[in-house]
Design a binder for this molecule. Structure first.
Ligand code: SF4
Ligand code: SF4
Length: 429
């Protein structure tokens, strides 16, 4: 039984779903964390926020550990007398391993460490991907960091205006769709850019995310300033007899994922051919054909018939820039910048591109301006100039309405320029 009355929070324990309120109460009852009062007072202050309809957390300035500029987020409450257990309640970001694979032993050690130095409460995982330790006091930060690095050989993640902890999908560890080794790139980038990760020098945050294929399990296209999405440039591999087995009902579509409900007989025309967004597939009752030049690698047909269709063999990734959530301006998706890049260690081509982009953003970006906003402000044309990439039709969203690419006069052949001039004279005032 907690020391605060929390009728509104108690409501959140009803229903069939797991409840974070029950979890916090469980930790309060367990009581083996060093900050004994923290879970109870956390519930108390949250109930008060529900009553007052305002947050009682205030921005308390910068806290951190020696030598690092990020990884800890300072959190203080504005009611320390009423809730002394959360007077300081700093959050610690812990760099997650690639694809979030752990051993049970490591998790136990991590939790033991956190109960020794904090509230014992965690968020597995934060939206950037880190393991988040929720709530400790300023005087526990250095001892926590020392033990974490020395006992567990474990580093902090990113926060503030720096490179955020890179994150990746399961990739080749489990997934047949993986077009490159997402775990390897994520690890290599984390190691290469340690300075950028721990010492904020950017105008604002910068996120890398690595999806092994366009299914996008880490949603890099919506959530990262640089999205690396696996793709292939040859043809989709087909097994025509497996296609017939799907059509004949011998293999369940979607890898049997919807088998809990009867969707009726599989209809390849309705469920695959007509849903191909580019209309590049056909089925004559015997043979499936794909016009691979028109395929946009949307993954639909491969997801429906995974035993019949496979990604091509010439694999790599597309690199896109500029996604962000709606903090200052509206949300935006990232824009295709490099349609195909081979993804082999040591990933020099990718690093070269990243560094050109950072140099420009650090030079031109305003305080708290994300890369995507800078591209919008300065134009795609300017972005292509700094990245030394040629414009490509695949960067264009909608022909004739996309404002990104303007040709300079010296880039256009004489005859074409003259035609434009003649057109201007004739039709424009
Ligand atoms: Fe597999 Fe693609 Fe998801 Fe990565 S993004 S886990 S490769 S389906
Ligand atoms: Fe069509 Fe998508 Fe399949 Fe390509 S991957 S053939 S675009 S359904």
């Amino acid at each position: 039984m907690g020391k605060h009355k929390t009728p509104m929070l108690d409501e959140l324990e009803n229903g069939p779903w797991p409840s974070f309120v029950s979890d916090i109460k469980q930790q309060a009852d367990k009581g083996n964390q060093i900050l004994k009062e923290a879970p109870d007072d956390l519930l108390g202050i949250l109930e008060l926020s529900f009553e007052d309809k305002v947050t009682h957390w205030k921005h308390g300035g910068i806290v951190g550990v020696f030598g690092y500029g990020g990884g800890i987020i300072g959190r203080y409450c504005d009611q320390p007398q009423m809730f002394p257990g959360v007077a300081h309640f700093h959050t610690v970001r812990v760099n997650q391993p690639s694809s979030k694979y752990y051993t049970t032993k490591f998790l136990r050690e991590l939790m033991e460490l956190w109960e020794r130095h904090g509230s014992g409460l965690t968020n597995m995982h934060g939206s950037t991907g880190d393991i988040v330790f929720l709530g400790t006091t300023t005087d526990h930060l250095e001892p926590l960091f020392y033990d974490m690095t020395h006992e567990l050989n474990q580093d902090l993640g990113g926060s503030g205006s720096n490179l955020r902890t890179p994150s990746c999908c399961l990739g080749k560890s489990r997934c047949q769709y993986a077009c490159y080794d997402t775990q390897e790139v994520s690890y290599q980038m984390t190691m290469e850019y340690q300075d950028e990760l721990h010492r904020p020098a950017f105008p604002y945050k910068f996120k890398f995310k690595f999806d092994g294929c366009p299914n996008g399990c880490v949603a890099s296209i919506a959530r990262s300033d640089m999205s690396v999405i696996g793709t292939w440039r040859d043809d989709i591999r087909m097994n025509q007899s497996a296609v017939k087995a799907y059509v004949g009902g011998e293999i369940a579509p979607n890898a049997g994922a919807h088998s809990g409900r009867d969707w009726g007989k599989f209809d390849i025309i309705k469920e695959v051919i007509n849903l191909c967004p580019t209309g590049c597939m056909s089925w004559d009752g015997q043979k499936l054909e794909i016009n691979n030049r028109e395929c946009t690698r949307c993954m639909h047909c491969l997801n429906v018939m995974p035993q019949a269709l496979r990604i091509g063999q010439e694999t790599g990734a597309s690199v896109l820039f500029g996604a962000k959530a709606p903090i200052l301006e509206g949300a935006q998706m990232s824009t295709l910048t490099v349609p195909f890049m081979p993804m082999e260690p040591p990933f020099d081509e990718l690093k070269e591109l990243i560094e050109k982009v950072w140099d420009w953003w650090m030079e031109e970006g305003k305080n708290r301006e994300r890369l995507g906003e800078l591209i919008q402000r300065k134009s795609w044309q300017e972005f292509l100039k700094v990245t030394e990439l040629d414009p490509d039709p695949r960067m264009v969203d909608e022909p004739r309405s996309n404002p990104y690419i303007f040709w300079r006069e010296d880039e256009v052949e004489g005859g074409w320029t003259r035609d434009i001039e003649a057109f201007r004279k004739k039709h424009l005032r």
